[in-house]
Design a protein around this ligand. Structure first.
Ligand code: PGA
Ligand code: ZN
Length: 424
């Protein structure tokens, strides 16, 4: 059935960080109401699609999104309402053409991505499919439940503590099923809280629901995580619970140096430090280990560690098929973080994942630090079958909405496979 939109509306709402974002309501010709919420990052890559913010200091310190809302309600609605589309991909093409810029800056990537998410849902609804099934059909992929990566210690731009590294994640690679993986994440989270409390650290949370202790060295956090994993009765390591890092190194790269725990490191010193970490701790994946403009460093990082662990590009790749293509040619990393709002449409996101697949680069679907309860990315992860997701801690509603969606899918669709798609 063709996709016909009879009404399209955006509203300015708040994200999980008290910043404005957009909620989209799309009504299909048969009267089905579809909703979507737009996520927003804090440690953004410079080449991401551009969010439109009002810049009016009198409202939300300039962060308002009334212009983006206005674009959905006027120009985008005019262009889409009443037309027949063969697929959500056609809606995305229309959005890209209407905007006319390479970065989606005119209408706003936040406006465009919201409509794109809603269109993907509407497409699924008119064809009587669940969203994950519809996305799997669009992408030509085999559905699979992903390994959740729980961000249990927050630092960097996501917390007001001393930690330079942004994310320390639990990766239950050895869990036999999705529900067991979620259980492992929640149990270790509770043990970690107890350890922090016993050591006199505050147990307040960062933006993604992880704890934000005032520790200086990343190794101190890794030691704590290994202890908490063991406390909860699990084995630290790939056969049990491994660890994934997102240092988000662009955030502490200045004047050619990386500032870690009060010391300036060269690129090669930081690579040495990572090597020591993976020798001593069960770190299986490092995202944004180096800065987005340190491409030569990334080449060396990949040569040194690429056959031992997953080296994932986030700020450096920004879910952009062209940038990922260049990275593959230059042998930069072996994996890509995937965020729909970095590129701005679901169709381009699927394209980026296809580019990765062809080169053997693994992929992890990701939330943003500013979120809504919308669990679209859960269905995206299942439908594309990429085998990995990160959606923050196993705590806070906007984070667990995604994990809870997996629990529902695992219960209803017992035949869905679970886990990494292939060993790295
Ligand atoms: P962001 O952080 O959503 O603030 O950009 C997430 C990440 O760096 O992976
Ligand atoms: Zn990142």
């Amino acid at each position: 059935m063709p996709l016909r939109i009879s009404e399209l509306r955006a509203v300015e709402i708040l994200d999980s960080r008290a910043r404005p974002t957009l909620a989209i309501t799309l009504t299909t010709a048969d009267g089905t109401h579809i909703h979507a919420g737009v996520p927003s990052g804090a440690s953004t890559g410079t080449r991401e699609a551009v969010e439109l913010r009002d810049g009016d200091p009198a409202r939300f310190a300039g962060q308002g999104v009334q212009q983006a809302v206005g674009h959905v309600n006027a120009e985008i609605a005019q262009a889409l309402v009443g037309r027949d589309f063969a697929s959500a991909a056609e809606v995305d093409d229309a959005l890209i053409a209407l905007d006319g810029t390479a970065t989606k800056a005119r209408l706003g990537a936040n406006a465009i991505v919201g409509v794109s998410l809603a269109a993907a849902r509407a497409d699924a609804a008119v064809s009587g499919k669940e969203l994950w099934q519809s996305l799997a059909d669009a992408a030509g992929t085999t559905a699979r439940l992903p390994v959740p990566h729980f961000n249990v210690v927050n630092g960097g731009a996501h917390a007001a503590n001393n930690l330079d590294f942004q994310e320390f994640m639990l990766a239950p690679l050895g869990a036999p099923s999705l529900p067991e993986a979620v259980r492992a994440g929640a149990e270790v989270y509770a043990r970690l809280k107890a350890r922090l409390r016993a050591a006199g650290h505050p147990t307040g949370l960062g933006d993604e629901g992880g704890f934000a202790p005032d520790l200086d060295r990343p190794e101190d956090v890794l030691t704590l995580l290994v202890q908490a994993i063991a406390d909860a009765g699990y084995t630290p390591g790939r056969e049990g619970i491994a660890i994934a890092l997102d240092p988000a190194a662009s955030e502490f790269f200045t004047n050619g140096h990386y500032r870690v725990a009060g010391r300036d490191l060269t690129t090669d010193q930081l690579i040495d430090r990572y090597e020591e970490m993976i020798d001593r701790f069960p770190v299986w994946s490092i995202e944004d280990g180096l800065a987005e403009n340190d491409w030569d460093g990334w080449v060396r990082l990949t040569e040194r560690l690429g056959d031992r662990i997953q080296l994932m590009g986030d700020d450096i790749f920004v879910t952009n098929p062209d940038i990922i293509t260049e990275a593959i040619e230059r042998k930069v990393g072996n994996s890509a973080l995937i965020k729909v709002n970095q590129i701005g449409t679901v169709t381009e996101t699927l394209e980026a994942m296809t580019v990765c697949d062809r080169a053997g680069y693994t992929q992890m679907i990701s939330h943003r630090s500013g979120e809504t309860p919308d669990a679209f990315i859960a269905d995206l992860a299942v439908g594309t079958g990429c085998g990995q997701i990160k959606s923050g801690a196993p705590a806070r509603g906007e984070r667990v909405a995604k994990y809870n969606r997996f629990l529902e899918l695992a219960a209803v669709h017992a035949t869905l496979p679970y886990g990494l798609r292939s060993a790295t």
